[in-house]
Design a protein around this ligand. Structure first.
Ligand code: CTP
Length: 394
């Protein structure tokens, strides 16, 4: 997700510096080009040789090295993003007041925007009003400051001041600096997960949908710059990005009401939810007691949400439905595509091993209105989401 991004990782002298080996590896794995600048103090905490090996670039420390000047202005221009992690109280103070007694600070002062500080220090230093005032100064210049975590600190006490973990830092970078703009003008609505239809206060009818496919779609649409709303049935799976709006629902009826509300303002709808087709005719207000050998449960049909939205669809709206089939797959999927007025349908066959509910992987056939079929390989759900988007939009 960070392919083509040039990132400077500025490491200053705190114990959390050793974690920058992990962050470097994560950034490189995401496709970024990484150049590392260390403060002279930071080399006490982590080896420049390890960091240069992981970043595939020479680690820079001083303004002058081997009788050569390290051009901080060129470095600042090269970088799409400069991360200062860990950012010690000392570096934060110097940055806030424009000191430039190191290559790291000179590069910071030469860079106008896209600077992310990841503070790490002891609780007393963090809570000191001087540090907090320095943080406010940096914020007032529109620099980005991550919060500190709480927990075990190098001094042996528990408290505020821990640097966020490399995975958390990476997630923030992806969300705030890594999104492409290919779907940036699009409002995308996605439904995912099962619905639950109550029988009594302790029992319900549902299905095995995990919601993973819809959540993966939401994440990939968001990574491509779309404004994403996810209407999510009861499941433990959640999108990793905070910027995705999640509306939780339980029943098919709640999902229908929420879909109707959002659809008016939607450019693209992915209806990936496994909506219960039937619900109990009545819901007992008390727990149903065990009496007879047999119990008859009367069900009535839920509204077909997708069909209703297909009827309301405007010219410029695109609807993608899903079909889970166990036989006559193509024929059934095509019939749903037509009867629900869809633009595309994503077919899942129960015959494909490793595909469908609960699995981490999936295998689908995307079908358009003309009946053209695009089969995928067995891939992770995130890769399937990318496969679907690549055939729809790119
Ligand atoms: N769908 C819906 N509302 C329902 C049932 C299904 O919006 N009450 C949507 C699903 O989210 C999916 C598509 O319709 O995008 C097809 O769902 P599927 O369960 O495969 O088919 P059904 O239309 O329910 O038909 P059947 O169960 O008979 O295969």
């Amino acid at each position: 997700m960070l392919e083509g991004k040039n990132i400077i990782l500025g490491i200053t002298g705190g114990i959390a510096a050793y974690k920058m080996t992990s962050l470097t590896r994560l950034l490189v794995k995401e496709g970024a080009s990484v150049k590392i600048i260390m403060s002279p103090e930071a080399v006490q905490f982590v080896s420049p040789l390890v960091l240069s090996t992981l970043s595939n670039n020479e680690v820079l420390i001083h303004l002058h090295e081997n009788n050569q000047w390290n051009n901080h202005i060129e470095l600042a221009t090269w970088a799409d993003l400069m991360i200062i992690a860990p950012a010690t109280a000392n570096t934060i103070a110097k940055a806030a007041h424009g000191l430039s007694d190191s290559l790291l600070l000179a590069t910071f002062l030469s860079k106008k925007s896209n600077i992310l500080f990841v503070p790490a220090m002891d609780e007393d230093m963090w809570l000191n009003p001087i540090t907090q005032q320095n943080i406010d100064i940096l914020k007032s210049f529109h620099h980005d400051i991550l919060p500190v975590g709480e927990g075990f600190l190098a001094s042996g006490i528990e408290g505020k001041g821990r640097m966020l973990e490399p995975e958390e830092i990476l997630l923030y970078i992806k969300e705030h600096y890594g999104r492409s703009k290919s779907l940036s003008s699009k409002k995308i609505l996605i439904t995912a997960g099962p619905t639950q239809e109550s029988i009594d206060p302790v029992r319900f009818i549902s299905n095995h949908s995990s919601g993973k496919m819809g959540v993966a779609l939401a994440e990939v649409c968001y990574e491509n710059g779309a404004e994403v709303t996810l209407i999510l049935g009861p499941t433990d799976v959640k999108p990793i990005y905070k910027g995705i709006e999640v509306v939780s629902v339980i029943t098919a009826e709640e999902m229908k009401i929420t879909c109707d509300e959002y659809f008016k303002d939607t450019n693209i709808l992915f209806m990936a939810a496994a909506v219960a087709d039937y619900k109990p005719m009545t819901r007992s207000s008390q727990k149903i007691k065990k009496k007879d050998e047999e119990l008859e449960l009367k069900l009535c049909k839920n509204d077909d949400i997708l069909k209703g939205l297909g009827l309301k669809k405007k010219e410029d709206q695109v609807i993608i439905g899903f079909a889970l089939e166990s036989e006559n797959e193509i024929e059934n999927a095509l019939s749903k595509l037509k009867s629900k007025n869809l633009d595309f349908i994503v077919l899942n066959s129960l015959k494909d091993e490793g595909a469908g509910f609960g699995y981490e992987t999936n295998q689908v056939t995307l079908i358009n209105k003309k009946g053209d079929k695009f089969p995928s390989d067995l891939l992770s759900k995130k890769e399937i989401a990318k496969f679907i988007l690549s055939h729809l939009f790119f």
